[in-house]
Design a protein. Structure first.
Length: 252
């Protein structure tokens, strides 16, 4: 197998086992290393997803974090989750037909309606900061394993064809990220938003959005220029949702 190549300007750190690649990114940032560097672990003992949930981290899957200086304000840096999502989509389409790969707001990737990847952005405290000193973009892709006891059905690449090894997958992902990040820098979020919507799961259809204290239903109309999901509610009012978890009525 040909060794993977990585884009110029990015370092790669490969670790056997660690608590969390995002935690390692934080430690490195505190020590003065703001990247850009891809940190990959073959196993995590304390992997986590959004809202502090445990992220299943068995060997064979891709568990990685990009530590980078975003050179932008906190609100703008949050939009990089959409850039990362497009990079994950591009990566998976190398092994799975593109029409089966969809993006679920805000930062999941689906294969045939089942979750195969997640993204977690973390940084230093954003209070009173005009520009973030560093950003950690954690990405997990199920290559050969998927968790069973989860709230949303999950799958893995090897269930749909031959899966790459984690380092090969990281090489593809890092190149895809570099291309999409360049797109964001040159064309802005408008171009990223358009590409994301072209790959969106459930766009134009009914969805349920679970918030901290309620679940609301409506039609998924679009995402706004600030990354918020726009929901057309049954009363014909439109509601912008900045954070939540999307479910589709026909999901099993």
């Amino acid at each position: 197998m040909t060794a993977p190549t990585f884009p110029d300007g990015y370092r790669v750190v490969e670790l056997d086992e660690i608590d969390s690649t995002n935690e390692e990114a934080r430690r490195r940032a505190v020590a003065g290393d703001t990247g850009p560097v891809w940190i990959m672990a073959h196993a995590q003992t304390a992997g986590r997803g959004r809202r502090g949930r445990e992220w299943s981290s068995p060997r064979g899957n891709l568990m990685t974090t990009l530590l980078m200086p975003p050179h932008c304000a906190p609100a703008e840096a949050a939009l990089l989750s959409f850039v990362a999502a497009l990079a994950v989509h591009d990566t998976l389409c190398l092994w799975i037909a593109a029409d089966r790969v969809k993006l679920k707001w805000p930062n999941d990737t689906l294969i045939d309606g089942c979750k195969i990847s997640g993204i977690l952005l973390e940084t230093a405290s954003a209070a009173d900061r005009r520009e973030l000193p560093w950003l950690a973009i954690g990405i997990g892709i199920n290559l050969v394993h998927a968790p069973a006891a989860v709230s949303y059905p999950a799958t893995f690449v090897n269930a749909h064809g031959a899966a790459p090894g984690p380092r090969e997958a990281l090489g593809v992902l890092a190149t895809a990220w570099a291309d999409r990040f360049t797109m964001w820098q040159r064309l802005g979020f408008g171009a990223i938003r358009k590409a994301w919507l072209e790959r969106a799961a459930g766009l134009g259809g009914p969805i349920d959005v679970r918030l901290a204290g309620e679940t609301i239903s409506g039609i998924f109309e679009t995402i706004r220029l600030d990354g918020a999901l726009e929901l057309l509610c049954p009363d014909r009012q439109r509601r912008a949702i900045a954070a939540g978890e999307v479910f589709f009525p026909d999901a099993r």
